[in-house]
Ligand binder design. Structure first.
Ligand SMILES: [Ca+2]
Ligand SMILES: [Ca+2]
Length: 115
């Protein structure tokens, strides 16, 4: 346990040295948060928008439009079917998601919880 804690501390210090403090500010802790870039169409097509903080409502312009996404390294994100983190949820780990139809999530996302 002691070794694990030491390694974690080293990682956190290393991460803080490399990244601006604002990356950590949204959750008020030292965990590393992901950012997510959503795209209007599958295969990263159309318009895109990037979120690095929670969004309780993506707004009329983006509601039920996202069809693909890229999630940066970190703790991942959880997307919700409705605004205010309601309805069905889907956790996206860091990585690329080229077609939400594969997961039954095409044109459904209305809010986003950055982990
Ligand atoms: Ca779409
Ligand atoms: Ca929705």
């Amino acid at each position: 346990m002691k070794k694990r804690a030491t390694l974690l501390s080293a990682f956190v210090l290393f991460g803080c040295a490399l990244l601006p403090s604002s990356v950590f500010a949204n959750k008020g802790n030292t965990e590393r948060s992901s950012c997510v870039e959503f795209f209007e169409h599958i295969d990263y097509g159309g318009k895109s928008i990037t979120y690095c903080n929670d969004v309780s409502n993506v707004g009329n312009a983006w509601n039920d439009t996202f069809s693909s996404a890229k999630v940066s390294s970190g703790n991942g994100v959880i997307v919700y079917e409705h605004s205010d983190y309601a309805g069905d949820r889907w956790e996206l780990r860091p990585g690329n998601y080229s077609n939400f139809k594969n997961q039954g999530w095409n044109d459904r996302i209305s809010s986003v919880d950055i982990k």
